[in-house]
Design a protein around this ligand. Sequence first.
Ligand SMILES: [Zn+2]
Length: 336
Amino acid sequence: MPFRDCIGHRRLLAVLARAVARASLPPSLMLAGPTGIGKSRVALALAQALNCPTPTSTDTLEVDACGTCTSCQRIARRTHPDVLLIEPGSSGSIKVDQVRDAVDRAAYRPFEGKRRVVVIDDADALVDQAQNALLKTLEEPPAASVFLLVTSRPDAMLATIRSRCPQLRFGPLSDDEVVQALRRANFSETEARAVATTADGSIGRALAATAGDLVESRDIAARVLRHAATAGDARRRLEGTKELLSTTGHGGAEDREQVSLHLRAMASLLRDVELLATGADATGLANADVRDELDRLQAYHGDRGLRAFAAVDRALAALDRNASPKVVADWLLLQL
Ligand SMILES: [Zn+2]
């Protein structure tokens, strides 16, 4: 898809379009930012803009691919001979052979396009040997080639690679932008709004949290909140931990992601409870479809809700820093 159809990142897209229009694009670039926000789509849009024989422009984009010519379509389908996409294999890493092959091909003039574009997705998965093989090419880039390294963990890459690639920093998407992406994926407006609030600006995360998971997380979050609101003493309160950990047991990162999902659903419920308490218009609710549930959480009107919201936020931050889900859940239950 051309730049104009990418979601969000307007300023970066304008910068890239200007660089293409003025032929000032560096021979290698690092597209860095959170996962699931469309970085590799932007990389392909850039490959299209560089190669489209019939480019167009808009108010904000000095140049953009047409999106419909053979070149644009083949790039979108990933079958263009001059646009190479390198991704981690089943091992999860990118091996040196994959890089050598791309580097060899990049040394020749493009077959049919104007520029040969090598997109390395999840570039932080390049093994060190592969990064070193790439380094020589980045130091003396072939004239008609562009290397685009897409990564959510630029710091995991060798400093020598980072110093050769100017970094474009992508930020998270806004909730509205995530909703827009989900609507394109055939989510209903209500569903999209509900999922977007738990996605932290990542389309990838939003899509991963399928509607089913979301509903389950929200049920768990509501049950935990109700339990904490009625449990008298600390011992009783801590029983809520079991509920919060009920979908865990797979280990480390996956468990933390599960509990985070429940906590994001909890934050979303608390936000809605607060909105209702302040008499806000019900159309702004993320969880309008479970209005009854929101009414049952009246214990969280006012200060208690605000404190609970802040505690959930801290719990999420702790999980991000790899804290144990059990420790975080226990702590949170005592704060709610
Ligand atoms: Zn085109």
